[in-house]
Design a protein around this ligand. Structure first.
Ligand SMILES: C[S@@+](CC[C@H](N)C(=O)[O-])C[C@H]1O[C@@H](n2cnc3c(N)ncnc32)[C@H](O)[C@@H]1O
Length: 376
């Protein structure tokens, strides 16, 4: 099998359908360092947490015949597939997107993007140690500014040997081998019960879910100021995370059905678990989606959103604006949008411009809750 010039391939990767901007990239120096760290390529490689396909396409370009990929994000899965379709359609049948256990079963080489949270790293490490071959070699790359010694400790709990690479372009690779089967340090899902305006809300969440089972303070302000929804039959909870907004709205409104979605598989599982914990499974669905791509334009009368202000490790407004645009597309004329954000982000003018007339429902020292009415 011929080798492809890896640098050209990596430079041609696109972030689509994720947000694209001049200062946002589909590949970084850590991805390149991971690929350069591999000394001999087995026929089959497993990849964890690839965002846009740098490790996946990189491995194929170096001679791997097959790549099994696990990533929690549907947006990442779509980006990897889109890059394969555009740059190397002949490789599509050689890449499988799989749950972690299947992506890792019997693996001898695992390439990993170091996740942000130690809990997710702990889950990944435990999954490798449980499912991979006993001689597995793991190369996990990250930008030094996002790495910490806690990562070494987590990996050392699951592997007998850990090497830290020299730094290159502000990146390092942690290489581990000799897996030992130990359970993840923390027990997931975690559970917590919150009282909001006198109502009890139970949250149940996996390691990879935003905020896990905590109630985000901005979300709390939104819930405490949730307007009367009695005229509504259906709520679209966009970027649902642990499900707190949709589940609470369903608790208060016995007629309301909730369609929740998030790009993260962990978030979807957490929302379904929270729905069950509150006895609301019959009225709440949750699915993975990038934005609201599954819903037609002008098909909804009520959308809620607490937008992210991070994309991976980068603070960037693009993702919030993309999700606000998704709400604008899906809301029917006269439909309502309820949103909370950090007050310093000044999204109000963006929301009025993209959705319609906007009013403030609440504001505290940190957060602003707005309601907007879609005008088409
Ligand atoms: C600030 S959290 C809010 C979660 C939850 N609604 C709450 O209030 O606690 C933002 C959520 O946006 C999700 N997200 C990020 N990008 C997304 C995308 N492209 N499509 C759907 N959800 C996305 C994240 O996974 C995260 O759960």
């Amino acid at each position: 099998m011929g080798r492809y010039p890896v640098n050209e391939l990596l430079s041609a990767l696109s972030r689509y359908p994720d947000v694209q901007a001049p200062n946002l990239h589909a590949v970084d120096a850590a991805d390149r360092l991971v690929l350069d760290t591999v000394q001999s390529w087995p026929a089959e490689v497993s990849v964890l947490g690839d965002n846009y396909g740098a490790l996946t396409l990189g491995a194929l370009s170096q001679g791997a015949a097959r790549v099994r990929v696990h990533t929690d994000s549907l947006t990442a899965q779509r980006a990897i597939t889109a890059n394969l379709e555009r740059l190397a359609p002949q490789w599509l049948s050689r890449v499988q997107l799989l749950p972690a256990a299947e992506a890792l079963a019997g693996a001898t080489l695992v390439l990993m993007v170091l996740p942000r949270g130690l809990d997710v790293l702990d889950e990944y490490a435990a999954a490798i140690a449980t499912h991979a071959d006993e001689h597995v070699l793991v190369h996990a790359g990250g930008r030094i500014k996002h790495m910490n010694l806690g990562m070494n400790q987590v990996l050392s709990a699951h592997f007998g040997e850990l090497d830290v690479s020299l730094a290159r372009q502000k990146s390092r690779v942690l290489t581990v081998r000799e897996p030992r089967e130990v359970r993840p340090a923390a027990k997931y899902p975690v559970r917590a019960t919150h009282t909001v305006a006198g109502h009890t809300l139970s949250l149940v969440a996996g390691a990879g879910t935003f905020g896990q089972a905590r109630l985000d303070p901005g979300t709390r302000l939104l819930l405490e100021n949730l307007p009367d929804l009695s005229g509504h039959r259906e709520l679209v909870d966009l970027a649902c995370g642990n499900g707190s907004i949709g589940v609470y709205a369903a608790l208060l409104n016995p007629e309301l059905r909730v369609q929740a979605s998030d790009h993260s598989a962990s978030a979807v599982q957490s929302t379904l678990a929270a729905a069950e914990a509150n006895g609301l499974s019959a009225r709440i669905t949750a699915v993975q989606d990038d934005g609201l791509s599954r819903l037609p334009a002008a098909s909804s009368r009520l959308v809620t959103l607490n937008p992210p202000f991070h994309m991976g490790n980068t603070v960037h407004a693009g993702i919030a604006l993309k999700l606000i645009d998704e709400a604008a597309r899906v809301l029917a004329d006269g439909g309502r949008f309820i949103c909370v954000f950090n007050s310093h982000l000044r999204y109000r003018s963006e929301i009025s411009r993209r959705i319609g007339p906007t009013s403030q429902l609440a504001r505290d020292a940190k957060f602003t809750v707005l309601a907007a009415t879609r005008e088409r």
